[in-house]
Design a protein around this ligand. Sequence first.
Ligand code: ATP
Length: 283
Amino acid sequence: MTSVSLPAYAKLNLTLDILRKRDDGYHDLQMVMQTVELHDEVTVSLSEGDGITCRCGEIPGDESNLAVRAARAFFEGAGVAPRGLDIDIEKHIPVQAGMAGGSADAAATLRALRRLLKPDLLGVELERIAARVGSDVPFCVRGGTALAEGRGERLTSLRAAPEFHVLLCKPDFSISTPELFARVRISELWRRPDTNGMLAALHRGDEEGVLSRVRNVFEAVLPPEYREVFHIKERLHALGAEATAMTGSGPTVFGLYRDYAAVRDAYIILAEEYEQTYLTRFV
Ligand code: ATP
């Protein structure tokens, strides 16, 4: 076997809470994360020589690409001699959107390299390597429904969430994650998620309980120039969504639906209003 292709699934935050600012400057987070079917397609092929080439649509395939950084981290962390690689990424996940697209590509690269070069490498070892690439990469390696703590790298797998349909909408701007964190004053945060309530609802398989607890505390610190996020939330509610929130540090907004006909009809309308509108589901 010299080539492996894998889907690199995007993620949503069903909850996102910021607990405290740490001495090292990072924040301690508490997030319930969920994999969705929207994915990039990552193909990793062994090649002659010892260089790594990467094609990633419009995004540079140089050393800044998270897939390339993941490959380097794999060789270092798994004790495998570096070798030539060709990484081909077909992008479908919107970029800088709060959906961990780059982290998903990194995770798929790690899983492909394990399959190609070290099939007996344990999952915990792969997640340890993943954490060195980025905070969201361990979750992207594991997938499903999970509680992520610390910077996002400390994971607890949860019972799979109810199978909701998802309508995603990315407005035509990006939000800088550091800029949002800089606006956070922990004592002034309001409308924080009820994470324990969400965990209990997931455990019970309680659809209403999950829907009513979807929340992202970053919405409370969004500067006025990003108010379109709230407009999209209102549109989604008007179009029948049973819960809405921004994912990660945004700006993508999602709506959850139980009924396929409802989400399909909403998709047709919203796609007329926003170019980057996607219909997907939990996986
Ligand atoms: P998160 O949800 O983890 O905050 P995001 O969805 O906001 O992530 P990404 O799409 O992962 O953001 O991209 C963030 C930045 O990372 C982009 O500016 C991009 O240039 C860079 N990047 C590096 N590698 C990749 C990749 N393989 N795919 C997408 N972006 C990448």
